[in-house]
Design a protein around this ligand. Structure first.
Ligand code: FAD
Ligand code: NAG
Ligand code: NAG
Length: 420
């Protein structure tokens, strides 16, 4: 069976994980990334449960561990910066680490680890995307944004939450299946030297008006800043996605004078070059494939950061998709004709996993709806539980966990365990 020609649109975590497995199967893989280079920004992410196992099967344990973030704990502070609660990480090295998992890593580092593992077996094309496609008898023909065209056996949309591939696959007139959950999150980093005796810690402050500020140190010379603002503040209304200056202005309007380090954080935000604003949303597609076109990662089934499972879902999905392609289309018994059946099998196998991960995530039940406005008590507890899931703090997260997907185990596929 000759290798398949596969086009992956989107060079994020999902796209690269899939490229990794497909080149193991000796297919001919092209990754198309709209940006002029790999997008290595993004803050701290983690792998959980089946995601850890999938990463291990890629043979990447050592490379991953070399970049893991060593976090010591999390503090909640009041408007004067006084510590109200401190949750240390368990550094015993045994069992779970307590409040942060041992599989925390910066998004860009994980992306780089996978790209390095793929090496030169994948053709990367930057600054280009797919404008349209047509399914043909034995393949799919794509038109590129630069006017060129190409023919492939499989076209994969791994182009993130706002996937154009998804829109093209669904066709004109079909509403995009994105549900906005009512929370905006800003992410950026700040060059800031660690002080004498200062821990590698996170610090969270909840201001009135359901505004949350969070800083987190992952390196001796850099911290991460997270700002969360619910829809009710109105600041983001009318600001277009990707209008970074507009997004920064909206956050500034919302957070100036909010207490704690708000004003300092605003100055840093204005100067930041890696600012990224997420409109917390889920993506729910009734089908992840159509013929030879298939959706992977946030493009198909974004569970939102509220589950803490976005990266795990991307990595596990890539493993299953590659596994089914291997089973149906690679090796002696495989055939190109089996591509649509392979893509359907991926949808069937992986969907029960995503259904569990996304269970109960909707605009009414999110933890941000429970952010206390003035009164502390039960509301605070509820909020903290949810926030802990977002921040992936083990001890709390277990109580509201989306990680523990039951009755589903990572399928075994021939040749897909690279542990040495
Ligand atoms: C810049 C950035 C920063 C992020 N920061 C965080 C974070 O701090 N915390 C967190 O939990 N999650 C973050 N995420 C989201 C997180 O990476 C995903 O939820 C998860 O890893 C699933 O990955 P994905 O590959 O499906 O999507 P993504 O990681 O979003 O990757 C999609 C890729 O496709 C590319 N792309 C988009 N449109 C097109 C197109 N039309 N043609 C070609 N390529 C296209 C994008 O540039 C990107 O490289 C970030 C995503 C991005 C893109
Ligand atoms: C891929 O090619 C290599 C080198 O030719 C070969 O050793 C390996 O068995 C092939 N893998 C598969 C899954 O066909
Ligand atoms: C840390 O974890 C280990 C192993 O699970 C446990 O025995 C120990 O009591 C924990 N320490 C703290 C301070 O929680």
């Amino acid at each position: 069976m000759p290798p398949l020609k596969i086009l992956i649109c989107g060079g994020g975590l999902a796209g690269n994980a899939l490229a990794f497995w497909l080149t193991q199967q000796n297919h001919s893989v092209t990754v198309l990334e709209r940006f002029p280079s790999l997008r290595l920004n993004g803050l701290q992410i983690d792998l959980r449960g089946h995601g850890v196992e999938a990463m291990k099967r890629m043979g990447l344990s050592a490379a991953f561990a070399a970049h893991a973030v060593p976090e010591q704990g999390l503090a909640f502070v009041n408007s004067a910066g006084k510590r109200k609660a401190w949750f240390p990480a368990n550094t015993s090295g045994k069992g779970t680490q307590g409040f942060t998992t041992e599989h925390e890593i910066m998004r860009g580092d994980f992306c780089r680890v996978m790209v390095d593992a793929v090496g030169d077996r994948v053709k990367y094309v930057f600054g280009k995307t797919v404008r349209s496609f047509e399914q043909e008898e034995r393949g799919v023909r794509v038109q590129y944004s630069d006017g060129g065209s190409g023919e492939f056996d499989i076209f994969v949309g791994a182009d993130g939450q706002w996937s154009h591939t998804r829109a093209m696959m669904l066709g004109p007139g079909i509403p995009d299946p994105v549900t906005f959950l009512g929370l905006y999150i800003a992410y950026f980093t700040v060059p800031l030297q660690q002080g004498q005796g200062e821990e590698m810690k996170g610090e969270a402050y909840i201001a009135t008006g359901k505004r949350v500020m969070f800083t987190r140190r992952h390196r001796a010379d850099t911290i991460q800043v997270y700002l969360m603002s619910p829809i009710l503040s109105g600041g983001m209304e009318g600001v277009k996605k990707g209008d970074v200056e507009g997004e920064k202005r909206a956050f500034k309007r919302d957070f100036s004078g909010a207490g704690w380090k708000a004003d300092q954080l605003m100055k840093w935000m204005e100067a930041s070059e890696d600012f990224y604003c997420e409109r917390l949303s889920t993506v729910d597609c009734a089908s992840w494939c159509d013929g030879r076109v298939v959706l992977l990662g946030d493009a198909g089934y974004c569970p939102s950061a509220a589950t803490g499972m976005g990266t795990t879902s991307a990595i596990v999905g890539a493993y299953v998709l590659a596994g089914e392609i291997g089973k149906y289309c690679s090796g002696a018994g495989g055939s190109k004709e089996a591509v649509p059946a392979a893509l359907k099998a991926y949808d069937e196998r992986f969907r029960p996993f995503m259904d569990q991960v996304k269970e109960g995530i909707n605009p009414e039940t999110g933890y941000w709806t429970k952010i206390p406005t003035s009164q502390w008590g039960i509301a605070v507890l509820n909020f903290l539980l949810g926030l802990a899931a977002f921040l992936r703090l083990d001890a709390f997260a277990k109580l509201v966990s989306h990680e523990d997907v039951k009755g589903w185990s990572l399928p075994e596929y021939e040749g897909m365990d690279m542990r040495s």
